[in-house]
Each structure stands twice: as C-alpha cells, then as structure tokens.
Ligand binder design. Sequence first.
Ligand code: UD1
Ligand code: CA
Length: 446
Amino acid sequence: MTEKPVALIVLAAGQGSRMQSDLPKVLHRLGGVPLVGHALATGRLLEPEEVIVVAGHGAEAVAKAVAKLDPEARIALQEEQLGTAHAVRQAMPLLEGFEGRVIVLYGDTPFIGEETLANLASHAADVVVLGFEAADPGRYGRLVTGPEGLERIVEYKDADEATRAIRLVNSGVLAADAALLREFLPRIGNRNAAGEYYLTDIPELARAAGHRVEVVTCDESETLGINTRAELAQAEAAFQARARARALEDGVTLSDPATVWFALDTCIGRDAVIGQNVVFGPGVTVESGAEILPFCHLEGCHVSAGATVGPFARLRPGAELGGDVHVGNFVEIKNAVLDEGVKVGHLTYLGDAHVGEATNIGAGTITCNYDGVGKHRTEIGAHAFIGSDTMLVAPVRVGARAMTGSGSVITQDVPDDALALGRARQITKPGLATRLMQALRQKKGN
Ligand code: UD1
Ligand code: CA
C-alpha cells in the first residue's frame, strides 16, 4: 500500500452517437444529475489534488455542467477524438508538476465504487488496470495476464480467437504514476484495427521497460457503461434500486420503495418517513423524523426534524423548512425560509420569502414576487397570521404578530401587531338577491 497524491482524469469527449441525441452523452441525467457527475462524485471521495475532465463533443456545454458539479475541476479540450490515449494526453499539460497517482475514469461509467478506486489509488504496482470477469465479454478489451501480473491489453478488434476467449476484460479505468504516463503516452501509436491511440497500450509498454503492471478486479455491475438510451434507462433502474436499498438500510421508512425516486446526493435522516410517489431532485436533505407524505416533488431544499410535507407539495430550490414546520397540499415553496413551527396548510405559493417562527399562512396565500422583470422579497415576522387568499405584493414586510384580513392585497408594509385589510368593504342589500332572481326569470320568459 502506498499513499500518494491522486489526480483524476475523466474522459468525456466522445459523441455517444448511439444515444441518438443532440446532447453530449455525459450530460444525460442519471439520478437527477448529468452522467459525468457520478464519476466526479466518487472520484472526489479520494480527495484528489487535481480533477481534469477531457471534453470534446459539446465541450462548452460539458464545461458548464462540470463547473456546477465540481467547481474545482478543470477542462482539457480534445478537439478530435483520436482515442483514449490521445484524450489522456490532452489532460497532461494541466498536470504539469504533479507527482503522484493518476486515475483515468470514463464520464459514461457511473457506478465504479469508492472502495474500488481506493484500491487502485493505493496499489503498489506502477500501472494498475481495473478488470472484471464478464458474463459476456463482448467487445471489451481482453486482459492477458501471466505469472507477473498483466502482460498486455488486446482490443477486441485486434484480438485473435484465442484472445477473444478470455473473459477477464478491461473496464477502462486505469491508474498509473504521472511520470510514467508522461514517459509512455507520447510513444503510443495508432497502427491498430481502429486507427486510434489506445490507452490500453500503456501496460505492455510499461512492462517492457521493467515496470510492475497489475490487474485489480471489481464486480461487473460497477463497470456498466452507457451507450444507448436503453442502457441509460437500465442504469437509472439500477441506481434507484440501490438508492432505495440504502435508504432502508439507513433507517428510513419508504411506504412503497419502488415509487420513490432519489437523486445522487439525496440525504435522508433515520426515522424519516417517505410516502408513495415522492420524487427527490438534486440537493435535498431531510432530517431525522421528518415526514414526506405521498406525491411530493422536492429539489434543492432542506426539511428539518419534525416537519411534515404534503401530500402533493412542491419544494423548489432554496426552500428551507425549520423544525416542526407543516406544509400541506398544493403548496409550492421556492427560495424561502420558514422558521420553526410555521404552518402553510393549503394552496399557497411562497417565493423569495422569510416567514418567522410559528406564523400561520392561510389557504390561497400568494407572494407576488415577480413583476415581470425582477424578483422581490416578502418578509413576514414571527407569530403572524396571514388570512386566507392574501396577495403579498413584494417587496413587502408584515411585522411580528401582525394579521392580514382574508382576501387582502397587501402592497404596503404592515407594522408589528397591526391588522391590515386591503380589500373592498362589504355592502349588504336585504332582499335584493330574491328580487334580482325574479327579474332575471321574467326576462327569460318563465
Ligand atoms: C475502451 C477500452 C477497452 C475497454 C472499454 C470499456 C481503449 C482503446 N479501449 O473501449 O479496452 O474494454 O473501453 O468500456 O481504451 N473518449 C474520449 N476521447 C477519445 C476516445 C474516447 O474522451 O478520443 C472517451 C469516451 O467518451 C468514453 C471513453 O473514453 O467515455 C471510452 O471510449 P470508447 O470509445 O467508448 O472506448 P471503447 O471502444 O469502449
Ligand atoms: Ca464504450
């Protein structure tokens, strides 16, 4: 075992033509995030000093997505996709001065496990290739091993019958010391069946120069790569199955696991209860003991202990629910902080707002936060009471312990402890309803 600094190179320049898509393959979503986010997230667990993503097809869009997923990752451009060795070469200038272990991952291979990567990072050999015993070795590169480890990798296209019979195959993941890659990458040619610069030539070259080259194996399920929409759908199913199993193991109640959808980073505390048909987009944390009732959609939000949400509620990015908050049916919350004990029972939109502790928001309340150009904030104090069907025309502030009358359109700030009524005064005409009805019937002739 060695503990060297680690750098990651994630290959993501390929077109992915079999996806039949205008979107670069690595930007298709799995578990709510672009495919490339999975390799980046697992790779980050090794605490690498450098993370380089090699982009080519749709490089601009890939770079934009990577900046969001992993702001410290850098992009190397591979303008023409001349092969995996060529791709790694494009990343090497960004690793100038780096001395340590380089791990090459694929952006379209999302399930490589943390433990597997740690094994590659700490292995004593100079080059380590991640292989697996394939149920169907198909078109994978074949790993030719001998008494001293890995002798060479033969690509399917270049393999003879005997070599094709080998079932130990290349996952594509490779670890090697940076100095070794600097030395051998430039020596790789493209005289092969595909006319490409194969990264898989590294083992044979390194071994010929006296380096130690080994195989580390993992389960085939970790190496699942995505080439088609059908494979993407299968991968999503596999991802969801694992996420559900993990939630159950962690002590989360899932009323009907098969109907709950998770994102890569969904984080749910012990004894939380998740009802049927709940969808978690990216960036959600639900604390211990909170309850999400059926048919809710959550994204970029935080739900504190003791809170209840739904059924049929939508929490959008920036929704922060404090302890024991209650959010009921047909409520949408975006970029709003609800302090402890706030109740928003029914049919409400709260956007760009702060609601103080224990305040009650009546049914049909709307923060009118958008004027067609800009967004504006609504501030509501603690222990306030917002009457049903209040329109809060932002920017506006309602003080602590203040009340608004039902049906009010609140356009001016309401001081602490005040009652604000912003609606037409009621007038009542005795008997007029009956007389009006009679007149209307006479006019119609019956
Ligand atoms: C590669 C391996 C093969 C292995 C298989 C596992 C080589 C030569 N072969 O074959 O041994 O069994 O993966 O899936 O390495 N890419 C670039 N730039 C390029 C070429 C590829 O970024 O110029 C990226 C692709 O986007 C993809 C990955 O590298 O994510 C692998 O490329 P691909 O063409 O799919 O390689 P395979 O033929 O599958
Ligand atoms: Ca492939």
